[in-house]
Design a protein around this ligand. Structure first.
Ligand SMILES: Nc1ncnc2c1ncn2[C@@H]1O[C@H](COP(=O)(O)OP(=O)(O)O)[C@@H](O)[C@H]1O
Ligand SMILES: [Mg+2]
Length: 317
């Protein structure tokens, strides 16, 4: 148990819009590592200047920074440069997963279905509206290219509200795109490395009490009903698990992730995205999926910690 002798620093907080979620994830991971007998330290980040000085106090980084530098690969790039061990996916996988458009292009190239979409490229709002209505139609979903926790995601059901929704998302979160709304079920699949192999965990169906699985539905206890495992037949379950694992691998993810998708009314799954740093809060999906597979929270965290081994092999130290 060589990792038990190492000092593990849990990075949490940060500057992204998901700071509050990160603090909750980080705290849970910290407690789990302590219960498992690891030497864990919380490192709450309020500015990026604090990252490098804190590395002097620890041996391994377990980042719980959702969104922003924590999830877009740039933080992991810093660790690669410094040859500092960290948990989770590589720079490239994180960067691809964070950019929903690049991820969609890769999924489609691998025959993994995603909702049809159009990209906003700075055209006039009137031209854009015509383009969206021609190609995607209403209802549609406006989304930032690189954000998480449903921030900036808006469902548009009235064409007169389309431009307003796009402008709001753009002003809050920058570049955005518009996707066809997929009516149906909301499904998520955790992926976890178990016995040396990345595997899809039992599926979860999410039934939010809100219009969609938005920030409030995600993080307010009681706002979403979780059906674990999702009530789907074995064949459909296996098809979706296979799709999620392939999506995880297509982006080059390693060790753990969470894959979100919509299961359309005709039972066709559409990939939404892969999260390389899934939430670890009390209402988060990855811990729930792991539990359905018989893996308790502390064991999940320990399995996540062991992905450090792979990074250690990949980067020459
Ligand atoms: N094409 C879509 N059709 C229906 N609902 C969608 C669609 N895209 C996103 N949503 C809703 O918005 C939520 C957030 O979208 P997602 O692409 O997973 O981004 P985020 O990174 O913010 O989680 C989804 O969980 C779902 O409830
Ligand atoms: Mg999502």
């Amino acid at each position: 148990m060589e990792l038990k002798r190492k000092k593990i620093g849990i990075l949490m907080g940060g500057l992204s819009a998901e700071r509050e979620v990160s603090l909750r994830s980080g705290h849970n991971v910290y407690e789990a590592l302590l219960r498992k007998g690891y030497k864990a330290t919380k490192i709450q980040l309020d500015s990026t200047d604090q990252i490098v000085p804190n590395l002097g106090k620890i041996d391994i980084v377990f980042s719980c920074l959702h969104g922003g530098i924590g999830e877009d690969g740039t933080l992991h790039a810093l660790f690669d440069i410094l040859k500092f061990p960290y948990v989770g996916s590589s720079v490239l996988a994180c960067a691809l997963a964070m950019n929903k458009l690049q991820a969609k292009r890769i999924f489609n190239s691998q025959g993994l279905r995603t909702a049809p979409w159009v990209e906003y490229q700075g055209q006039s709002w009137d031209e854009w509206k015509v383009h969206v209505l021609d190609e995607i139609k209403i209802p549609c979903v406006v989304k930032p290219i690189a954000e998480g926790s449903s921030l900036g995601v808006r469902i548009v059901r009235d064409e007169n509200k389309l431009i307003e929704a796009c402008q709001a998302t753009q002003s809050e979160y920058g570049d955005f795109f518009v996707e066809k709304f997929i009516p149906g079920k909301e499904i998520t699949a955790g992926v976890l490395r178990i016995d040396g192999e990345d595997k899809a965990l039992p599926l979860i169906e999410l039934r939010p009490q809100r219009e969609f699985y938005d920030y409030i539905a995600k993080y307010t206890p009681g706002m979403t009903e979780f059906i674990v495992p999702a009530n789907l037949d074995v064949k459909k379950t296996m098809q979706i698990q296979e799709m999620c694992l392939r999506a995880h691998q297509a982006l080059g993810c390693f060790g753990f992730s969470r894959v979100d998708l919509r299961l359309a009314e005709d039972s066709e799954p559409y990939l939404l995205e892969v999260n390389t740093l899934p939430g670890m809060t009390d209402t988060s999906d990855l811990p729930m999926a792991a539990k359905a597979a018989g893996i308790e929270f502390d064991e999940l965290v320990e399995k996540m910690l062991y992905t450090e081994r792979w990074n250690a092999r990949r980067v020459t130290r």
